[in-house]
Design a binder for this molecule. Structure first.
Ligand code: MSP
Length: 472
């Protein structure tokens, strides 16, 4: 049986989930549901990244123990994903004891192999990114992502011999053995390898207490990224043993946005080589959601929370709006007005209205149809190709085109003006069949609504039913 393992990043618990995290998570859910539906054995992992300097500070300002604080936010992530009908197979918290033990075991192995050695780090560190920064990464002395001045640190540390893996990784990336998508992102990484190259990176912090102790030197804690990356393995039950792939390894695809591409295309695969494990097959970098051209931020007060989306539109509509908002690999502007317009056009006046019109006519004319989902081969193929190439918006457009032509056909034929029930049936039956087929393909995006439509249109007597998407 073909296996399909998909991951999202483990999200930092410095904040509650927003629509950016939701985007990656719903996309992973759609792909997991799709691959499951075509008979692949699927595992979908998400979780939270809970250690590090940033969380430590955040908890301190709230006068909470870091673990207490992390518990609260992790619970919020778990609850939000449940509300959004996310069907993840595991939720990995990096404070989980099994994860911690495995990280220690893995690092000890890397140390024993000579891939981790004692050194000293002197330079910049951005807490927001939890990353060491070169002068050339900064813009006017500030971290371009966080617009804050990184702190200058000078501390003893254990370094990871990242430089050792430069040649091997560059080769694998070029040959798509580690496929980085879209192509533009692969080219960026190739150019990074060729121009800047890999230098060793500190894998421990001497002055951060909120982390996993380095097993052979408890005066250090593990650098939060080294800890976090291993979630992709421990989330499958891996115990930290080098050379031992857990079931489902390696990931078919890992989703994220560009903020964390570089570390995922350098440190992460280098750790896997050091641990003698296969690399992920694909990394897909999706775009950022922007609001009126700006990044979402608390200070700007423009953050959209998944809770608000659900309250306003319902779960399935929220999932639809997120996945249809922009082309997956590109940045895209979103906002309440756009969501309202799209909700009304595609869902209230589109799908919802078509389902209501056709089912109403069938009920009125007391027509029994006995429909079954019969796959429209051309549609299925185009839909599958779009989805498997991460073109979520195009996959949805295919279904909406089908429904739009059904709607036009209905308006053109005007069966409500007819009396001959055979003629009426000849018009409505293929339309109902189109709706049923589209609904079945819509399942990964809108699991509940599509089930409802399928139930409605496969019933002995098709009834009008409740309004699916009330107009806003
Ligand atoms: N904890 C690290 C990841 C460790 S993975 C081993 C981290 N966490 S994060 O909470 O900052 O999440 C970053 C990810 O959230 C992005 O890569 C992306 O998947 C998602 N998004 C956060 N904001 C986003 C947008 N504005 N738009 C789209 N997705 C974004 O980095």
């Amino acid at each position: 049986m073909k296996k399909f393992y998909i991951t999202t990043p483990v999200y930092y618990v410095n904040d509650v989930p927003h629509i950016g995290h939701t985007y990656t998570t719903v996309a992973a859910d759609v792909l997991a549901r799709w691959h499951g539906s075509i008979g692949e054995e699927t595992f979908f992992l998400t979780g939270t990244d809970e250690h590090g300097a940033n969380i430590e500070t955040k908890a301190k300002t709230l006068k909470l123990e870091p673990k207490k604080y992390a518990d609260q936010i992790a619970a919020k992530f778990i609850k939000t994903w449940q509300e959004l009908n996310i069907a993840n197979n595991n939720f990995l918290r990096t404070t989980n004891q099994v994860h911690i033990k495995a990280v220690q075991k893995a690092l000890r192995y890397m140390h024993d192999q000579g891939d981790i050695y004692l050194s000293k780090y002197q330079g910049w560190y951005c807490r927001g990114c939890e990353q060491y920064k070169n002068e050339r990464d900064l813009v006017n002395g500030l971290c371009p992502d966080h617009l804050t001045r990184p702190e200058k640190i000078s501390e003893e540390c254990y370094n990871f011999k990242l430089s050792r893996y430069q040649a091997e990784l560059l080769k694998k990336i070029k040959k798509d053995e580690l496929e980085i998508l879209p192509l533009k992102r692969k080219n960026e990484m190739v150019s990074f390898y060729e121009k800047e190259g890999l230098t060793d990176v500190s894998f421990s912090r001497k002055n951060v207490n909120w982390g996993i102790p380095i097993p052979w030197d408890k005066s250090h804690t593990v650098y939060v990224w080294a800890d976090a990356f291993l979630n992709y393995l421990t989330g499958l039950g891996w115990d930290g043993s080098a050379g031992q792939s857990p079931k489902f390894w390696p990931p078919a695809v890992q989703l994220m946005s560009k903020d964390i591409l570089r570390v995922h295309a350098t440190i992460w695969p280098a750790m896997l080589l050091s641990l003698k494990l296969p690399l992920p097959k694909k990394i897909f970098i999706h775009g950022y959601f922007l609001i009126n051209g700006q990044k979402m931020s608390k200070t700007l007060g423009n953050v959209i929370a998944p809770d608000d989306l659900i309250k306003k539109y319902g779960v399935d509509a929220a999932r639809y709006l997120i996945m249809s908002a922009t082309a997956f690999g590109h940045d895209g502007d979103i906002g309440w007005e756009k969501f309202n317009d799209k909700y009304n056009a595609d869902l209230a006046n589109g799908l919802g209205n078509l389902v209501a019109r056709v089912s109403n006519l069938l009920e009125k004319n007391k027509l029994a149809l006995k429909l079954k989902i019969n796959s429209d081969k051309k549609l299925v193929k185009a839909y599958k190709d779009s989805l498997e190439n991460f073109k979520f918006d195009e996959a949805l457009k295919l279904l909406w085109q089908k429904m739009r032509s059904a709607d036009e056909f209905l308006s053109h034929k005007k069966p409500w003006k007819m009396l001959d029930s055979k003629k009426i049936k000849n018009i409505l039956q293929p339309l109902a069949q189109d709706i049923l087929n589209a609904a079945s393909l819509l399942k990964p995006f809108m699991p509940t609504v599509s089930e409802k439509i399928i139930k409605q249109f496969t019933a002995k007597e098709i009834k009008k039913g409740e309004v699916l998407f009330p107009r806003i």
